[in-house]
Design a protein around this ligand. Sequence first.
Ligand code: GLV
Ligand code: GLV
Length: 323
Amino acid sequence: MPSRPTIAVTRWIPDEALKVLREAGEVTVSREDRPLTRDELHEFVAGASAVVGMLHDRLDGGLAAAAGPGLRVVSTVAVGYDNIDVPALTGRGVVVTNTPGVLTDATADLAFGLLLAVTRRLGEGERLLRGRTPWSFHLGFLLGSGLQGKTLGVVGLGQIGQAVARRARGFGMEIAYSGRRRADAGVERALGARHLPVDELLATADVVSLHCPLTPDTHHLIDAAALRSMKRAAFLVNTTRGPVVDESALADALEAGEIAGAALDVFEKEPEIEARLLDRNDVVLTPHLGSATVETRTAMAVLAARNVASVLAGNGPLTEVPA
Ligand code: GLV
Ligand code: GLV
């Protein structure tokens, strides 16, 4: 009997996904409760036919070389794949898959939660109470900004951007968007979404929410000049990838009062956070929780596992990353 393929999983995954993987091969899961270092990762994947990786793993030609010529598929449990050198892997005949679709609603919910938290000063209110600060209701106490009639500027109207826009419509917001590609006319119509060049979008929006992937083009898309071009009363929400925002420029802009606040789920150098943001009351911070629901994380891991099983069975990937 030919030996079963080995599948290396770089960090904990839900049992439902493990079950799928165990039917497809011999599974090894890293026992570390932290990302593997590059050397550890390379040692861990040696001889693997499949690698199931996370967004903190660098999945590149070095990883393929460390795995060896038997490597057939690299499956990331994430929709974003900026951590993967796709050409280096596909050039070696390795299939690369991600998990689009299944995390759209969870991520949009979190983005909207952050939007509400920053515009209504929820974190600030919570900290005030937990700090045992005396308070009483009064008409001028902790006033935030209303959303009705305001404009949400969506940067990147893909699946998640559209899902955020649908939520914003439910709150009475107008929708504008920018992005490399114009959305279908039907999508624009359904959302009442206006397409604007990014500089106009930044100057128009009351809340800017980032939903573009991290690429060389979007790295520091929100830099000092972009922040200066936003309205002083505007808010920034980032649930995509940290490096889309120049975090130090963001701290400068908040200090200078160039924008009203920011809500961030992702950071430039995760898990580190620009120290000046940590002390600001006009900043809401969450630790990369976009897809963090039981249902969604299970669906992501199962999809990642099914991709592996399908490739190892010779049936090709279910959700290959776009070339
Ligand atoms: C999470 O950040 C993802 O890309 O799925
Ligand atoms: C506020 O609590 C109100 O009753 O208006």
